[in-house]
Every structure is written in C-alpha cells, then in structure tokens.
Design a binder for this molecule. Structure first.
Ligand code: ATP
Length: 287
C-alpha cells in the first residue's frame, strides 16, 4: 500500500531550513494496521501529510496505492485526497457542526461532494457503533462518540488507506482504547489499511506493528512475537519485540539508553564476534 524510499522533506521559512524527514524508508502492506510513534518534532505529522497528499515531499520516492505521489499534478492530488485516503485528526470534533445531528454531520461532506446518501450515512454510523445515536445533536455526544462520527466521515468515500494523527490525543484512556478497537475492527472487517500516528507507546498492544521515528528517519520497529501467534490479542508487553531498522546504506540508530548504559559517546568500537556484532565503549580517559 505504501512505499517510502529515502523520503526527504525540507521546510523553508525565510532563510531557515528544517529537514523534517531525513531519508525515511517505510513499507506498509495492504491491509496492515500499524502505528507510528516518536517524540515531538521527530517528523510523524510531516510523514502523514506526505502520505495524505496534503503536502509534497522534497526528494525520494513515495508510492501509495500504486500511485507515484511525485508525479500527480494538482488536480490528481485533489482526487487522491478525496478518493484514496481518509483522515482522522486529534481535534476532529472541531470540524463537526454542533447543532446538526450525527447523521447530518456525516451527510454534509457527501453533499458537498455532490452525493446525497442518507442510507450510506446511516450505514456508516452503524459501522462505527453509533446507529442508535444518529438523531442526537453533536453537542449531545461525548468526546469519544464525536470522534466516532469523525471516523464515519473519514470512511464516507470508501478510502483504501485511513490516516489517523493522534486520534486518541484528547480523550480519556477508556475511550482511547475503544477508538483503537474500532480501527482494529475496520481493519479486520473492511480490509482497510490503517496508519495511526501517536505519542502513546501503548499503541503497540493494539496494532500489528509499530514503527518508531527519530530525527526524521525510521529507527526501530516493534513487532508482535511470531511464537505468540498472530491470533494473540497481545495485551501483554512480552508478546512484542523491538528491532532496529537498517537503512539502505547500512546505518542504524542505536537507542540512546543503550549508548548511555555503556557510556558511549563520539566513537565506539565495532567487532564481529561469532556471528554477532558487538559494540564496545571507548576505554576510560586517563586523568
Ligand atoms: N510547516 C512547517 N514549516 C517549518 N517547519 C516545520 C513545519 N512543519 C513541521 N516543521 C518542523 O519539522 C519537524 C518535524 O515536525 P512534525 O510536526 O512532523 O513532528 P511530529 O513528530 O509530528 O511532532 P508532534 O508530535 O509534536 O506533532 C519539526 O522540527 C517541526 O518544527
């Protein structure tokens, strides 16, 4: 579904350049449910904006659903945003209209797109588990329910890829778990590919794979352990293991805490020992 190769995004503002993505590699399979985590400023939202066709990358390769996003002209990019991807943002409810009902809120974007699909709006609300609340005004719904209305809207054009940026950022942990369960259900029942960007490391328990981004590059992946079985619901931490990502040039990012643990800074010695690559800290400085 997604192929990013050596993706670079440079923001230019006045005489300042910010390299938000520094040669990022990422492959997401059709029908995958995956998370992207990383500290603030690591480039998560930038990546999502590139995947959603909201902004253009500066260099590299980017294919989504077979489309080369570098080659789409402005009109094709608008079609791509309308037809191929669906978006869910943290404060989606802000884009919804409080005095309209849940159903009218779902119908409205379809009306704007030239369709009047009352049945479809009802069906979408059923899918997100809000069929019984369709006549309630948005202002009468909880934060989690409003977020589900937003997810129904994101599904209206039958996207192949759902992009969610901090979708649980402004709800409590119980509601957050319900929203993540909904993504999982949509992924399983509709075969929707879902990419969720979050600060929350707990996401690993709800998705098949989590990719960590550091300084604009993928640094590691947290995968469900094979031995525990794909059917495992994975609610316990030891069903997952972390892998460092090796880029095409053989570079990898070593977790900061590992480097600190061996007191490494500046240079480290690397040796190949019996099928292992071993990193040695520098010898203590003489005083
Ligand atoms: N429009 C922009 N113009 C200039 N710099 C930008 C712009 N958008 C993002 N940046 C910079 O790019 C880098 C990556 O930002 P990005 O928003 O992608 O990070 P993030 O991981 O999503 O952070 P957060 O978790 O805080 O949302 C940061 O240094 C940010 O300041």
């Amino acid at each position: 579904m997604i192929v990013c190769e050596n993706l670079v995004k440079i923001y230019k503002a006045a005489d300042l350049e910010v390299v938000a993505l520094q040669g990022l590699d990422l492959i997401v399979e059709d029908g995958e449910l995956m998370g992207i985590i990383g500290n603030s400023g690591s480039g998560k939202s930038t990546l999502l904006n590139m995947l959603g066709g909201l902004d253009r990358p500066s260099a590299g390769k980017l294919f989504v659903a077979g489309k080369n996003l570098f080659q789409l002209n402005q009109a094709e990019l608008i079609q791509y945003r309308l037809r191929t991807v669906g978006f869910v943002w943290q404060n989606n409810a802000r884009n919804l209209i409080p005095y309209l009902s849940a159903q009218q809120n779902v119908e409205l974007p379809m009306l704007i797109a030239g369709q009047r699909k009352r049945d479809r709006a009802r069906e979408l609300l059923e899918i997100v588990g809000l069929g019984h609340r369709k006549r309630n005004k948005l202002s009468e719904l909880s934060g989690g329910e409003q977020q589900r209305v937003a997810i129904a809207i994101a599904l209206a054009n039958e996207p192949k890829l759902l992009l969610a940026d901090e979708p649980t950022g402004s709800v409590d942990s119980k509601t957050a778990a319900m929203i993540l369960d909904l993504f999982k259900e949509l992924n399983r029942t509709m075969g929707l590919t879902v990419v969720i960007v979050t600060h929350d490391p707990e996401i690993a328990k709800k998705v098949d794979r989590v990719v960590a981004i550091r300084d604009g590059k993928t640094s590691s992946e947290i995968l469900r352990r094979e031995a525990s079985g794909a059917q495992d619901e994975g609610e316990s931490e030891n069903t997952h293991e972390e892998w460092a990502v090796l880029d095409q040039a053989g570079r990898l990012q070593i977790p900061q805490e590992y480097l600190q643990a061996i007191g490494a800074e500046g240079k480290i010695k690397i040796e190949l020992e019996e099928g292992r690559i071993v990193l040695y800290p520098p010898p203590p400085k003489r005083t």
